[in-house]
Write a protein that binds this ligand. Sequence first.
Ligand code: NAD
Length: 431
Amino acid sequence: MQTQTRRQFVKRTSTGLAAFTTLNVLPALAQDPPSERIRHAVIGTGGQGTGHCRGFSALPHCEVAAVCDIDPERREKAAASVPNADRVKRHEDYRRLLEDASIDTVSIATCDHWHTPVALAAILAGKHVYVEKPCSHNVRESRLLVQAARAHNKCVQHGTQRRSHGESKAAVQALREGAIGKVLVAKAINHQLRGPIGRAPVSDPPAGVNYDLWLGPAPVRPFTRNRWHYNWHWFWDYGCGDLGNDGIHQLDVARWGLGVEYPHALTASGGQLFYDDDHETPDTQTVVYEYERCHLIYEMRLFTPYGLEGHDNGNVFYGTDGRMDIGRGGVVITARDGKTRRLEGGRESNLEDFLAAVRAQDPKRLSAPIEAGAISADLCHLGNIATRLGGQRLVYDPVAGRITHCGGREGEANALLTRTYRAGYELGYRG
Ligand SMILES: NC(=O)c1ccc[n+]([C@@H]2O[C@H](COP(=O)([O-])OP(=O)(O)OC[C@H]3O[C@@H](n4cnc5c(N)ncnc54)[C@H](O)[C@@H]3O)[C@@H](O)[C@H]2O)c1
């Protein structure tokens, strides 16, 4: 396909278009497919973003054409890692990158507090988006992201990559077919030893980095090396704790396997039994999500190298006729008589799956669509709200987008469904 066609496609689908023009754009999308060659950009080039640079560069007919990070050292390292290093554009500010109409798709691997703001801006700029998990920093952001993706007919894939794996698909299919009978409980297990981070004094940010842009919508606080690369996960201003970090993978598989969306209630407990340092987020957390016919239980202990039921990060589904384990050992079904059988399947790429949907211009082809990602992210946010408010039973109404019960602390709970955005960094989309 010719470059001309791709450019036309990008131009036609570039919004900045007001919402009311969106409907007029849709027929053009159907007729005018993008080029075979996709020009991709990676925003946030830390550990995971560098993986995106490698991953997207390795896919046929795709090139990483631009990278963006507020840290020049990381930006350069990521740029140097792609085959077309001499040509790749480098940006400090994602807003400049999004102005480039030659970019078709972007992936977002920044800190969590930037995921939705950047994703919304990218959708409005006409890009298809791969957004790392959790897609949002709060429940309101999840709703806006789903609304924007739908309104602008964009493929928005969530970084819960297990949904692309053949073995997970085989597992879910077997559960649906009754391989272990009626499934009444699923566990999402996150057991690992995550070392303490100590107490970091206030210091100057590293030379050359744009710390103000790193903070973005978050409140201004003095720099410390803990409120910075990777360790930001453990501060509520930027991260979602390990429930939204590693736990979301298991939670998402459990929810998918059970075939459920929002629970009618959840109870949570947790806190810091282990850490005595700068951590704000819990090292120990249990959340029980109650559905009409089943329970989903999230169990997290970050102070132990010993697994739970044999898993560090894994799932167990308990049925009336057996159990299913999904973890590092693959997918294993154990029947009531103790006999085991293994389900096979490849580990297909979530990135490749994303590009296939983009080429087809069909969000329905995504393995991990934003609709599913948003619910799993919300389960993390709601579990964290109940934990932060002292272990409350919480009832959330997903239609109204309100918490209707939280042990008398509904006002505080509802306030945590969103956050205050620093002036100049308000969300550019209100639904
Ligand atoms: N799907 C997975 O299995 C998986 C695995 C690891 C990480 N992740 C996700 O990827 C994300 C990044 O994780 P990480 O471990 O690489 O963190 P990290 O802190 O190492 O990297 C984040 C990068 O984003 C940059 N950044 C922050 N704000 C920015 C902005 N406004 N513009 C441009 N760059 C900005 C930072 O400078 C940093 O280089 C997290 O959300 C994490 O949950 C997903």
